[in-house]
Design a protein around this ligand. Sequence first.
Ligand code: PLP
Length: 393
Amino acid sequence: MTAASPWSGLRAELDEREAAGLTRRRRLVEGVQQPDLMVDGSPMLSFCSNDYLGLASHPDLIAALHLASQQAGVGSGASHLITGHHRLHHELEEALASFVGLPRALMFSTGYMANLGVVTALMGRDDAIFADRLNHASLNDAAVLSRATLHRFPHNDVDALAGLLAASKAKRKLVIVDAVFSMDGDLAPLPQLLEVCERHDAWLMLDDAHGFGVLGSGGRGVLEHFGVSSPRIIYMATLGKAAGVFGAFVAGEPELIEYLLQKSRPYIYTTAMPPALAGALLAALPLIGEHGSQRRQQLQSLITALREGLHLQRWQLDPSSTPIQPLIIGSNDEAVAASEHLRERGVLVPAIRPPTVPQGTARLRISLSAAHRHEDIQHLIEVLHSAEKDLAA
Ligand SMILES: *Cc1c(COP(=O)(O)O)cnc(C)c1O
């Protein structure tokens, strides 16, 4: 008698996904990360990257990474609390805290780990988390792992949040939002959220993955954009998007940061990221900050060109002033067909479907970079117009 494969249950699930057209496939990229991208062996014009300032292949960062790896080697060898905490990590933490204008910062290997690390260290069974419905998946995972009660409020609905906070008897209350929502490109109403958090004595955690480097005249992110500051803010940003490298950090009051250093498991029980990456990030900060305004101006002028140049009949570009431009198509099949139409013409824009976005709002998620040229935007506009016309039939 031959036994069934120990994986036959998984095979059946994979086959079901395939039949429903939901199988996900990775594209093979070669060469450097930039708008002109070699993908699956073909040259494509990409509107998929989070490299908003075009720093991911900047020569200064490549040189800094090279130099730092000569000085510090490749691996960090241990976790931060053993012997993995290199002078380059330490200098970067100090530079990041001062860059965003907060007292102290702590590095994490990724944004996913930073979100897990903050929420699970601070929150437990007797506590409550209040999260925007459109928050990033890592924040929802973090809330579940913390065992705190999770309340999700309608997107950017500050009154609904205030109602939930008023009714809560939890010991500690933590409000969490994406500062820039990753599938919509719109901003959280930070001043109003802060006011509600103050009224109900809640902490406010901001995930600025898409704002750091992009928002504010100095690229310092959402706090600079709104000109707000408060000791109850827990600020998290990632370093693999606009900063062009890898990693993440959390910044805030000294007690908060020291507590995370002592208690955050995704900080403690993992190997420190290679110190040479911290060296590259130290070189990235001036390119984001004092030398970044030209890149941000280029980005803004590309955003304006796209928004003014698109004149579609059925598909709608939702309001967004950030490099994330959501073109709402509606039906899943049409969104996929639109993405495919573009791909056949050498333009890469991902179709985003439920459950990543709400039912009936399947979309093309266009993301722009300062590394795009104006002719790239004109080309995108042309292929989008032809796609809408072709798919109407
Ligand atoms: C990308 C992203 C993360 C995860 O950051 P990584 O460094 O890629 O792990 C967290 N939150 C948001 C909103 C993101 O867009």
